[in-house]
Write a protein that binds this ligand. Structure first.
Ligand SMILES: NC(=O)C1=CN([C@@H]2O[C@H](COP(=O)(O)OP(=O)(O)OC[C@H]3O[C@@H](n4cnc5c(N)ncnc54)[C@H](OP(=O)(O)O)[C@@H]3O)[C@@H](O)[C@H]2O)C=CC1
Ligand SMILES: O=C(O)CCC(=O)C(=O)O
Ligand SMILES: [Mg+2]
Length: 724
C-alpha cells in the first residue's frame, strides 16, 4: 500500500475533511493507496507542546526529507496570541490539564511555559514542511471555468485617488539591506555593540542579508501617511504579514497603532505600562487590559475622540463586528488584504460598512513597490476583465526557510543604540549597521541548493508552458544583486534555447505581467518567498475569485511531493455559518485538485496503470464538478460542501465505471449506478440537515464523532461509500 498523508487541520477545511476523506479512501484503496491523517491542527500542536499528544508536526518535518513523502497539506491556523489563548481555554474546558498562556511571564516557570507555547504561534507549520520550492498555478479547467463564470471585480472610479504608500527606501528594510554570499561554510555571529545576539552555521554558497527598519523613519512615515490620508479624504489602511513575519511585523503594527492614537498613548503612557498594555497586540488586547479599571470609560472615550476628530477614517477588518484595522496584528494579512483592495476598486470599508478609496500603507518598499504598481495600474487602466484576462503562474523560492520567511530566529528589536555586526568565525566582518534603540534588525538567509532547484524548476516549467518567465529581481536591492549572479550562473546548467527568460525589477516585472494579462497572455513570475506569497493570492483572487482554487505543488528537494491546497486560509467565517445553520460553504476544489496531483505522482513513480486510471477518473470528476458548477452555494438551504463531495463521488464513480481498467470498471459500475439512482434521495437527506445549529463539541478541537455525524448526514450516501 502506498501512503498519502492528509493533514488534519482547523476550521472550515477540517470540517470538510470529515465528509471528504471517507469518500477519498473508498476510491483510492482500490488502487493500493491509503490516505491517513496527521494532526497538525492548532489544538493538536498545543497538546503536543504540553506533552499530551504526539508531535505530529515534527514527524512530518522528517517525512518531507524522505524520497517517498506524499503529503496533502490543507491550510491551518497561523495563530495569534488571542487564537492561542482561545484554543487553550477550549482544551481546558474539555478537561485537559494545561496551563494558561502567560503573556507577561513573572517567573522562570512561566517563562518556560511561554516558550513551550510559543512554538504554536504564527506561521509554525508551513516553514517546517516546505522542503521544496513552490509551483503555484491555476489548472487550465479552473481558469476556463472562471472566464466563463466570472466573479465580480468592482470598477475604479474616474480619477480614483486610491494608492499605496510605502517608505521611500530610506530607513526601511529595502534601503538598509547589505548582502554577502558565503565563500565557505562557517559560523557567523550577529552582535550588538560586541555583545552576541545569535550565532548560526552558514553554508558555502549561502546568501546572507542583514538589514533593519529604522523605527524613527517608520514612525515619521506613519505620521505623514495619516496626515495625507486625512487631507485627501482617503481611508487609512495598514497591510502587514504579522502571522508569517511574526517577530518584525507585530512590532511595526504596534508603532502604527501608537502613532494613529499618539495623544492617547502619550497621555496614558504610565497607566498603560502599569496595566501591561502591549500595542503590538492591538486594540482587542488593550480593551481586555483596561477592562474594569476606574479609567476604562475615559480611555475608551479618548480613543473615540481621535477617531471622530483628528484622524482619517480607519479601515475595518470586519465592519459588521466593528473591528478596525488595529484590532489585532494577526487580523491584517497583506496577501489576503491587498487583493481585496484591488478587487474592490481601490477601496476598503469604513465603520458604517461604506467602501471608500484608500491609501494602503505598506511600510517596507521591498514589497510595497509591487502593490503600488498593482493599484496604480488599475487606477490608470481600469479594473481587469475576468472573462479575458491572462494568468500569472508563480515559481517561488521557498525551500529551507528561504529569505525573510525564515528570519524569525535572527530578528531583533534592538535594546540599545549602536553597531550591529555580522562576523564570520575566521574573523572577517561581513556586514555592519549603525542603528538606534528599538530598530528592527534582521538577517535573512537563502541557501544555495534551494536556489539551484528554483532555477531548475523555472526552466522545466517554462519549457512545459511555452510562455515567458520573469525573475523578479532588482539589481538595486543588495540581496537581489547577489541572487542575479547565481541565477545567471545556474541558468547555464540548463538548455534554455528558445525559452524567454528575463530578469526585471519588481515594478517593471509587475508592469510587464499586467500588460500581458490585460491582453489575455500568460506569464510565469519567478520570485522570492515573500513575493511568492503576495502574488499567489493577488492574481488568483483577481483571476479566479479565491486562491483556494490554485494548484499549489511543492516538489520536495528529496524527491517526494507536498501538495498544498491553495493559498487561501481556513475561512473562520464559514465555520460560524456552519455552526449556526449546518451549511458549509467551503469549496474543496483545492483539495480535489491536490489529491489528483498527489495520486498522479504515485502512479508515475510506481508505474501503476490502475492508479493512473483512478487518477484519470478524478480528473474527469473535477472537470465534471467545474463544468456542472457544483461548487457549494453560499446560502443555507442550497447544496453546500457536503453535496459537492457527493457530486465528485458520483462523477468519479461514473468515470471509473467506464474505465479501460476492467477491475475498476467492474467494481465501480454498481457504485456509479447507486449514486445516480439515489441522487434525489441523497440530496434531500443532505439538505434536510441544513437550517439548524450544529454541535461538533469544539471549535479548535471538535469531537471527531460529533463532527463526522454533522458532516455525513446522508445515511444513503454513507451506506454506498462505506460498502465500496
Ligand atoms: N497556508 C496556510 O496555512 C494559510 C493559513 N491562513 C490562516 O487562515 C486563517 C484565516 O485567514 P483569512 O485571511 O481569513 O483567509 P481565508 O482564506 O480563510 O478566508 C478569506 C475568504 O476567502 C474565501 N475563501 C477562502 N478559501 C475558500 C474556499 N476554499 N472556498 C470558498 N471560499 C473561500 C472566503 O470568502 P467568503 O467569506 O466570502 O466566503 C473567506 O472568508 C488565519 O488563521 C490565517 O493565519 C491564511 C493563509 C494561508
Ligand atoms: O503560513 C502562513 O501563515 C500563511 C502561508 C501563506 O499565506 C501562503 O503560503 O500563501
Ligand atoms: Mg499567502
Amino acid at each position: 500500500m502506498s501512503k498519502i498523508i492528509w493533514s488534519k487541520i482547523d476550521e472550515a477545511p477540517a470540517l470538510a475533511t470529515y465528509s471528504l476523506l471517507p469518500i477519498v479512501n473508498a476510491f483510492t484503496k482500490e488502487a493500493g493507496v491509503e490516505v491517513v491523517t496527521s494532526d497538525i491542527s492548532l489544538a493538536g500542536r498545543v497538546l503536543a507542546a504540553m506533552g499530551l499528544a504526539e508531535d505530529e508536526l515534527s514527524k512530518l518535518g522528517e517525512v518531507v526529507l524522505q524520497e517517498d513523502a506524499n503529503i496533502i497539506k490543507l491550510p491551518n491556523i497561523s495563530a495569534s496570541v488571542g487564537q492561542l489563548k482561545d484554543c487553550i481555554a477550549e482544551l481546558q474546558g474539555q478537561g485537559y490539564d494545561i496551563p494558561n498562556y502567560p503573556e507577561n511571564p513573572a517567573n522562570a516557570e512561566e517563562e518556560a511555559i511561554q516558550a513551550k507555547y510559543s512554538v504554536c504561534l504564527g506561521s509554525a507549520v508551513n516553514p517546517v514542511l516546505r522542503e521544496g520550492n513552490s509551483d503555484r498555478r491555476a489548472a487550465k479547467a479552473v481558469k476556463n471555468f472562471a472566464k466563463n463564470n466570472p466573479h465580480r471585480l468592482k470598477p475604479y472610479a474616474e480619477n480614483s485617488k486610491a494608492r499605496v504608500a510605502h517608505m521611500s527606501g530610506n530607513g526601511d528594510f529595502y534601503g538598509n539591506e547589505k548582502s554577502v554570499t558565503m565563500d565557505k561554510a562557517q559560523k557567523v555571529t550577529i552582535a550588538l555593540n560586541g555583545k552576541e545576539l545569535k550565532t548560526v552555521d552558514a553554508l558555502e554558497g549561502e546568501i546572507l542579508d542583514g538589514t533593519f527598519m529604522s523605527v524613527a523613519a517608520l514612525r515619521d512615515f506613519y505620521r505623514k501617511t495619516i496626515d495625507e490620508a486625512k487631507a485627501e479624504g482617503l481611508i487609512w489602511s495598514l497591510h502587514l504579514k504579522a502571522t508569517m513575519m511574526k517577530i518584525s511585523d507585530p512590532i511595526m503594527f504596534g508603532h502604527g497603532f501608537e502613532i494613529f492614537f499618539e495623544e492617547v498613548f502619550t497621555k496614558y503612557a504610565d497607566l498603560f505600562k502599569e496595566l501591561g498594555v502591549n500595542p503590538n497586540l492591538g486594540m482587542s488586547d488593550l480593551e481586555k487590559k483596561i477592562a474594569g479599571h476606574a479609567q476604562e470609560a475615559e480611555i475608551k472615550a479618548a480613543f473615540q475622540a481621535v477617531v471622530e476628530a483628528d484622524a482619517p477614517k480607519i479601515a475595518m477588518v470586519d465592519s459588521d463586528k466593528g473591528t478596525t484595522n488595529f484590532n489585532a496584528s494577526n487580523d491584517i494579512i497583506i496577501d489576503a488584504s491587498m487583493p481585496v483592495v484591488v478587487r474592490e476598486g481601490g477601496k476598503q470599508w469604513d465603520r458604517n460598512g461604506d467602501a471608500l478609496e484608500t491609501v494602503a500603507v505598506i511600510p517596507d518598499s521591498t514589497y510595497g513597490m509591487f502593490h503600488a504598481e498593482m493599484v496604480a495600474d488599475c487606477v490608470k487602466n481600469g479594473q481587469y476583465d475576468v472573462t479575458t484576462m491572462g494568468t500569472m503562474q508563480n515559481i517561488g523560492l521557498m525551500a529551507q526557510k528561504a529569505e525573510e520567511y525564515g528570519s524569525h530566529p535572527t530578528t531583533f528589536e534592538l535594546a540599545e543604540a549602536g553597531k550591529v555586526t555580522v562576523t564570520a568565525e575566521d574573523g572577517t566582518e561581513l556586514m555592519s549597521f549603525d542603528c538606534e534603540a528599538g530598530d528592527i534588525w534582521r538577517m535573512s538567509r537563502a541557501k544555495d541548493i534551494p536556489i539551484r532547484d528554483w532555477v531548475r524548476l523555472t526552466v522545466e516549467r517554462t519549457r512545459i508552458e511555452g510562455i515567458p518567465a520573469v525573475f523578479w529581481l532588482d539589481e538595486n536591492r543588495a540581496h537581489d544583486a547577489e541572487m542575479i549572479k547565481k541565477v545567471n550562473t545556474y541558468l547555464k546548467d540548463h538548455d534554455t534555447s528558445g525559452l524567454d527568460i528575463q530578469i526585471m525589477n519588481v515594478t517593471d516585472a509587475t508592469r510587464f505581467t499586467n500588460a500581458r494579462i490585460r491582453k489575455g497572455e500568460d506569464t510565469i513570475a519567478v520570485t522570492g518567498n515573500v513575493l511568492r506569497d503576495h502574488l499567489t493570492d493577488m492574481y488568483p483572487i483577481l483571476e479566479l475569485g479565491t486562491s483556494a482554487k490554485m494548484l499549489s505543488i511543492v516538489p520536495l528537494l528529496a524527491g517526494g511531493g507536498l501538495y498544498e491546497t491553495g493559498a487561501g486560509g481556513s475561512a473562520p467565517k464559514h465555520v460560524d455559518q456552519f455552526l449556526e445553520e449546518g451549511h458549509l460553504r467551503w469549496d474543496s476544489l483545492g483539495e480535489f485538485l491536490a489529491l489528483a496531483e498527489s495520486l498522479r505522482f504515485i502512479a508515475q513513480k510506481h508505474n501503476s496503470d490502475k492508479l493512473a486510471a483512478v487518477t484519470a477518473g478524478l480528473d474527469a470528476a473535477n472537470d465534471g464538478y467545474l463544468g456542472n458548477n457544483k461548487a457549494p452555494s453560499r446560502k443555507c438551504g442550497e447544496p453546500d460542501n457536503k453535496a459537492s463531495h457527493f457530486y465528485v463521488a458520483q462523477y468519479w464513480a461514473k468515470a471509473l465505471a467506464e474505465s479501460d481498467n476492467a477491475e475498476l470498471a467492474a467494481k465501480f459500475a454498481p457504485v456509479a449506478q447507486a449514486l445516480v439512482e439515489n441522487e434525489d434521495k441523497i440530496m434531500s437527506e443532505l439538505l434536510a440537515a441544513e437550517g439548524k445549529p450544529q454541535d461538533i463539541g469544539g471549535y479548535f478541537h471538535p469531537d471527531d464523532a460529533k463532527a463526522e455525524k454533522a458532516m455525513r448526514p446522508s445515511a444513503t450516501l454513507n451506506a454506498i461509500i462505506d460498502a465500496i
